[in-house]
Design a protein around this ligand. Structure first.
Ligand SMILES: Cc1cc2nc3c(=O)[nH]c(=O)nc-3n(C[C@H](O)[C@H](O)[C@H](O)COP(=O)(O)O)c2cc1C
Length: 199
């Protein structure tokens, strides 16, 4: 019998066709996201991960910011494709902004100088774990999500729009919503090329 958690992991996929047909309340989703981040591990239990959850017009504003920033750098003849892609994110129900608090990293570096070089790396690992936890938890609710990286292009505009603390560094954006199209088959390399065992 397959481990329950593995089954949950298999349910998480990158879902790009998302909509607003979400049954859960904003509060219920917020609780799921909060708990997933809360129970994600971090180096020395430093709890560096932060999130901002954008619903309604805030969600749409995020993708308008991304569009504005990309318009300045994407060639005009390729911008239609960019606009179409961003519209698929905006079509979702909400977005999560993931951050890592650089101030906490600094505090831990000061306290444990032996690991000065490691704390920023561990912080990046922590945000990845938090993102995966949230993504997997949402999948159990039948909610589809994808992971996007328009940072650092949008960092300042995001900080200005939602008055984000200066020490919070944006690490990822996760638009989510109802699953409007199933993801394609996923290819896997041979386990034997990834896992070495001695017994
Ligand atoms: C660290 C990391 C960065 C990623 N960045 C992006 C991204 O910027 N845009 C995107 O559409 N997907 C991104 N993805 C999603 C991967 O492409 C996706 O997880 C992978 O192809 C496996 O597909 P699955 O999520 O359906 O299992 C990222 C995934 C990871 C783990």
């Amino acid at each position: 019998m397959k481990n329950n958690y593995i089954e949950m992991m298999e349910k998480r996929r990158s879902i790009y066709v998302i909509g607003k047909n979400v049954e859960q309340s904003e509060e219920a989703l917020l609780n799921t996201i909060t708990d997933a981040i809360k129970h994600s591990p971090s180096a020395f239990n430093s709890q560096t991960s932060r999130a901002v959850i954008l619903f309604n017009e805030h969600h749409h504003k995020l993708w308008a910011i991304v569009e504005e920033k990309l318009r300045a750098i994407v060639p005009v003849d390729r911008f239609t494709a960019t606009e179409e892609k961003l519209a698929t994110f905006s079509a979702g129900f909400a977005s999560i902004l993931f951050f890592e608090d650089q101030d906490i990293i600094k505090q831990f570096q000061d306290q444990f100088s032996l690991y000065t070089d490691q704390f920023p790396i561990w912080s990046e690992q922590a945000t990845g774990i938090a993102q995966h936890s949230v993504w997997t938890a949402l999948a159990q609710e039948g909610i589809g999500a994808s992971l996007q990286h328009y940072n650092p292009l949008i960092d300042q505009a995001v900080k200005d729009e939602w008055q984000i603390p200066d020490t919070w560094k944006l690490t990822a954006q996760m638009p989510f919503g109802s699953i409007e199209a199933a993801p394609g088959e996923k290819e896997f390399m041979a386990d034997s090329e990834r896992i070495i065992v001695f017994n």
